[in-house]
Write a protein of this length. Structure first.
Length: 370
């Protein structure tokens, strides 16, 4: 039986079990992005619920109808990519009976050779520890917990029925003790709400205590139903002044980068590389370096080079022919967006596995922290 048919049958059987137990129905669906999400290193995602079970009031993707730019399919990519779990809704709920579906999906992805990127607010992910260990042994899993604040009172206002921050931190610790690559995303950081420097430092230190392997951070996409609430009037005031908002995030970004680097915490998730003996392997390695360089240029506020490297990274990522053969025939310059500077970076990554430019930029950020 074809593997996609097998996945569909597994999802259908699990769905029937849920209906028989009189649990609110779920509707698992595979979504595909036009381009790689270079934060999670995924293009395909599996969502298990029509609506997110936690109902965070700031969220702009609480329902599938809110999310634009996706294609929906029953098919996973034929190539062994990293599959994201939980793009639109959290994969886990507070009811363990419903979470049997996630276990079945993870088991299928493991057996079929895919890697997995899980983004969650739930502590229920620890219930799948056995499968996560199997994936981790082959370096095919990344788990990221989203956290906003250590203040549970504020957290309950923002994050609905999500588990408390310290519950998620203990779940992170459990995964790290089991040697499962796991980290944290401080996302979103909302101006005037959870952006206090002392509270962010405390949160990051708590993550480090639990051996978080990375700490990401992101800004806040304006959600009208959130900022129009009288409770969050200060957020609306900042967002109504674009210059003030940009200054605010610039200062916050500089502060967070310096603090994270001082704490020796990575600010990017390492990519999972599959099919190491196939030609796609080199395109993935090179595109990862180019995306990481683009982010460093973004942090250094060099918008032109950031855009150049990011455009080249997307072009490289979508190549269907051997990148090494292009390089050996001296035709890298024919790839859209690849200028002489980027061509040298690509060649260096291909033949040495690293980039002196990346090291130079990263070291310069560290020096700025001193």
């Amino acid at each position: 039986m074809h593997i996609y048919r097998k996945l569909y049958m597994i999802l259908l059987q699990l769905w029937r079990k849920i209906v028989q137990r009189n649990i609110p129905q779920s509707n698992p669906l595979i979504t595909r992005l036009n381009n790689l999400d270079y934060w999670s290193w995924c293009r395909s995602f599996i969502d298990t619920y029509m609506e997110c079970p936690f109902g965070c009031i700031y969220c702009n993707t609480q329902r599938r109808s809110d999310f634009q730019g996706l294609s929906f399919t029953r098919r996973l990519p034929e190539g062994k990519e990293t599959i994201g779990i939980g793009l639109i809704s959290d994969a886990y709920t507070g009811d363990d009976r419903q979470n049997t579906m996630v276990h079945g999906i993870l088991d299928f992805l493991f057996r079929e050779g895919y890697s997995v990127q899980i983004m969650t607010k739930s502590t229920a992910v620890v219930n799948d520890l056995d499968l996560l260990k199997k994936l981790a042994q082959k370096d095919r899993v990344r788990v990221t917990f989203t956290l906003l604040t250590l203040n549970d009172s504020l957290g309950s206002q923002l994050e609905g029925s999500s588990p408390g921050a310290y519950e998620r931190l203990e779940a992170l610790k459990t995964l790290r003790v089991a040697e499962i690559p796991s980290g944290v995303a401080l996302s979103p950081i909302i101006p005037g709400i959870n952006d206090g420097k002392e509270s962010l430092c405390s949160l990051i230190r708590e993550c480090k205590k639990r051996d978080a392997r990375w700490v990401l951070f992101s800004g806040f996409d304006m959600v009208p139903r959130f900022i129009k609430s009288p409770l969050w009037q200060r957020v609306e005031e900042i967002h109504n002044d674009p210059e003030r908002l940009e200054r605010h995030y610039r200062r916050l970004r500089e502060f967070l980068v310096k603090f994270l680097l001082r704490e020796n915490l990575p600010i990017r998730i390492p990519r999972v590389h599959l099919d190491i003996y196939k030609r796609r392997h080199h395109t993935q390695i090179v595109s990862e370096h180019l995306f990481n360089l683009s982010y460093l240029f973004e942090l250094k506020e060099n918008a032109i080079r950031m855009l150049r490297y990011r455009r080249a990274a997307y072009e490289i990522e979508n190549l269907n022919i051997s990148l090494k053969s292009i390089a050996s025939s001296k035709k890298l310059g024919y790839i859209k967006g690849v200028n002489p500077e980027i061509e040298k970076v690509i060649e260096e990554v291909l033949y040495t596995g690293g980039s002196t430019l990346h090291t130079k930029l990263y070291d310069s950020l560290i020096k700025e922290c001193d």
